[in-house]
Design a protein around this ligand. Structure first.
Ligand SMILES: [Zn+2]
Length: 338
């Protein structure tokens, strides 16, 4: 048996809640965390149709990208679709989990990685990395197996600093830096090794975090003609309409992208020298800001994020065998093109 809290813990290894933006509301929004998971339905948006689908297919957990409870909820009278959805989730005993900007900000297996993979981009890295990391100083007594210490810090590129005597005991000082959101993980690993007499301290440093941040940069293996690029973009991202600025003078090779509403990253995309910026939700006046320096390609908010549904389903299916994870069949995009 798998509990809802076990599923949440797994998703939070991939996209820690501490990685979400300050305005966000990712995490478990409704439901009993200790309940057994019967089935999971993955979607971008919670609607009454999606909730009905969960009931029909025997799923008691919904993993959605967008948090249905976002700005705070003061009443549940059924006056708005949000109120109706929350009331229905409670009535039908459906747990709702949102994995939002914490998944946007992930370098691997996040919203943007799914787009980059679909487009065949190489050499992907975060477009606007967070400017904050945690540095750990770890002291291990001489008689501790130093290779075990190194192994523990291995994912964070540890550096041996010096030999150091503490309280009359000779030991080795190690240093490593990592994403702030990984602190919990590292602490629990350290506590397991505590009998060895380790001592550690954490320090917040203003340093670029290559594993966490907004948007993604990548390159096509071969430069593409801009017109052919737009055709290909339309096909691969299954979008009916691309709103774009002037075609670039040369071919398209370097690409910046951000699933969802990404216009806030335009300056970063230009500064990075990208030929094109793929995102959604650009407003009329924001298109002017391209100013001949980049081609904006607005493929739509839903369209840019739709493959996140498959990503969530894959992540869950890889890990759990006691229940099935399915993608919603409801197309929740409220925008139509005529
Ligand atoms: Zn979105």
């Amino acid at each position: 048996m798998t509990t809802i809290s076990e599923v949440c813990a797994y998703l939070e290894q991939i996209a820690p809640l501490a990685q979400q933006e300050s305005y966000d509301n990712a995490g478990l929004l409704t439901g009993d965390a200790s309940a057994e998971v019967k089935g999971v339905l993955c979607c971008l948006d919670i609607t009454e149709e999606v909730l009905a689908e969960a009931v029909e297919t025997g799923c008691n957990l919904i993993v959605a990208h967008h948090p249905i409870i976002f700005k705070g909820l003061k009443r549940l009278t059924g006056r708005t679709y949000v109120e109706r959805c929350v009331a229905m989730a409670l009535r039908e005993e459906l747990a709702v989990y949102a994995i939002h900007t914490n998944l946007d900000n992930a370098l691997y297996r996040g919203v943007n990685a799914a787009i980059a993979e679909r487009l065949g981009l190489l050499n992907t890295r975060i477009l606007a990395p967070r400017q904050e990391r945690l540095r750990i100083q770890l002291w291990a007594p001489e008689d501790t197996d130093q290779s075990a210490v190194e192994e523990l810090l291995k994912p964070y590129a540890p550096v041996w600093k010096s030999e150091q005597i503490r309280d009359g005991v000779q030991g080795h000082l190690w240093e490593a830096a990592f994403s702030i959101s990984r602190k919990g993980e590292i602490l629990s690993a350290l506590r397991q090794m505590e009998p060895a007499g380790l001592r550690w301290s954490f320090l917040r440093v203003e340093e670029e975090d290559p594993h966490c941040g907004a948007g993604l940069l990548g390159e096509f293996p071969v430069p593409m003609d801009a017109g052919a690029f737009l055709d290909e973009l339309k096909r691969r991202m299954k979008t009916d309409c691309i709103r774009h600025t002037h075609l670039p003078k040369g071919p398209v090779k370097k690409v910046a992208l951000c699933g969802g509403a990404g216009s806030f990253l335009l300056g970063k995309a230009i500064a990075a020298g990208a030929d094109v910026f793929i995102s959604g939700d650009f407003k009329y006046h924001e298109f002017f800001d391209a100013d001949g320096r980049i081609m904006i390609a607005d493929i739509g908010h839903y369209e840019s994020e739709q493959f996140t549904i498959n990503l969530l389903c894959e992540l869950l299916s890889e890990k759990f065998v006691t229940f099935a994870a399915r993608c919603t069949r409801v197309r929740t995009n409220p925008v139509f093109y005529h």
